[in-house]
Design a protein. Structure first.
Length: 249
């Protein structure tokens, strides 16, 4: 009887320790991922990247990202390129043990995007180009021979909804406007055996964001141009000159 009580107490103790271990791991993972985003993000994007918080549900495979801000390249005056209030992520937990992490879905809700520059050269295109370039050397030693390659990523469903574009048309005398961005929906990113590196995945997503943003701004600038004739001659000349700067920069 005494042995049974000892075994029962030991079993209960192990269960408690297991629960505590899961909680500790979850808390540590949040900090590790946050630090990783703020360390690796600037290296591959070439701009400051900050993350307010991330909460990871280890058992559920879900994550909630809050306050992700992607800064602007040098030379641009606006405070950020992309600001994400909230994003929900669903991951295949079992895939964390494989060479490729499978992300079932990413839903980015109501991000704010800043467009600065011309339609052929702007802050968003600059970041996109940075993501397609090799990351700069960090001064750290090369990985040891035989070291495992970095994990690849697959994202089955990526969705951005209710995004807004803040446009500062400096060539038009500081005129600003805010435009709604149509939803962006990407599927099967990194599908198959190969997967995508974090930089490749970021480039694919940022390419869609920058391309759709430029299309939206182009449409708005075109509409602005159609209304130039309704304005006074002096104002019309100023706007027409500015439109040339927007398209040519």
């Amino acid at each position: 009887m005494k042995i049974k009580k000892i075994l029962l107490a030991t079993g209960v103790g192990l269960v408690v320790l297991a629960v505590v271990a899961v909680i500790v791991v979850a808390l540590c993972l949040d900090g590790i991922v946050k630090k990783g985003v703020e360390t690796v993000g600037p290296r591959i994007a070439g701009v400051p990247v900050t993350l307010e918080s991330i909460h990871i549900g280890v058992l559920s495979g879900s994550a909630r990202v809050k306050g992700l801000v992607v800064g602007n390249p040098e030379g641009y005056k606006t405070p950020f390129a992309v600001s994400v209030g909230v994003a929900e992520v669903s991951v295949d937990v079992a895939s964390a043990l494989s060479d490729k992490i499978v992300v079932h879905s990413i839903h980015v809700e109501a991000p704010e995007i800043t467009f600065e520059g011309g339609l052929s050269g702007n802050n968003l295109f600059k970041i996109r180009d940075n993501l397609s370039s090799p990351a700069p050397a960090t001064g750290t030693a090369s990985p040891a021979a035989g070291a495992k390659p970095a994990k690849k990523i697959e994202v089955d469903d990526f969705l951005i909804t209710d995004a807004k574009i803040h446009v500062s048309l400096t060539s038009l005398g500081g005129r600003e406007m805010t435009l709604p961005l149509p939803d962006i929906h990407l599927t099967d990113l990194g599908k198959g055996d190969a997967g995508l590196t974090p930089a490749e995945l970021s480039h694919r997503i940022f390419d869609a964001i920058s391309s759709d943003t430029v299309k939206t701004v182009t449409g708005a600038v075109g509409d602005l141009g159609k209304n130039v004739g309704k304005l006074g001659k002096g104002v019309a000349n100023k706007i027409t000159s500015g439109l040339g700067g927007i398209f040519g920069k």
